[in-house]
Design a protein around this ligand. Structure first.
Ligand code: ZN
Length: 143
């Protein structure tokens, strides 16, 4: 892991959501209030992996990319329901940001494989998620 790159990704994201840690046990992004909640971590790679995932969700906020899939539910639990386009978008984006930051993606590959085994994910959902993921990653990195 390259923590300098991790921090530059997070700090380079302008007007990012407020991030609270240790209040909730599940990493979540709440569109209402534009807030990310993260649990406490013992592993720094887990922290950044989850933070990147929630940052990708937050790019869908109406004040940013206004992604239509952000409206499917009011909050996003990164541990479940990766069958939706929004969850695929966040998981793909997490993987790309982890790659930039030299964070191991083995856990993520396992998660994605399980998603495809468990959910009936359609090819056009994957294509939509790839497109949204590209926009989200550029939004975070280019600003
Ligand atoms: Zn998620």
């Amino acid at each position: 892991m390259n923590q300098t790159i991790c921090e530059s990704i997070v700090n380079g994201y302008p007007k990012k959501p407020k991030i609270f840690q240790g209040i909730e046990n599940i990493p979540c992004y709440y569109m209402d209030g534009d807030i990310i909640h993260l649990p406490d971590y013992t592993d720094l790679e887990d922290y950044y992996r989850d933070l990147f995932h929630e940052l990708i969700h937050s790019t869908g906020h109406p004040s940013r990319l206004n992604r239509e899939t952000i409206y499917t539910t009011n909050y996003f639990d990164s541990s479940k329901d990766c069958g939706t386009i929004e969850e695929l978008t966040a998981t793909f984006g997490e993987m790309v940001l982890c790659h930039f930051a030299e964070i191991s993606t083995e856990k993520l590959k396992k998660t994605i494989t399980e998603c495809f085994q468990y959910y009936d994910i359609k090819q056009n959902s994957v294509q939509s998620a790839q497109k949204y993921m590209g926009e989200a990653v550029l939004y975070i990195l280019k600003n």
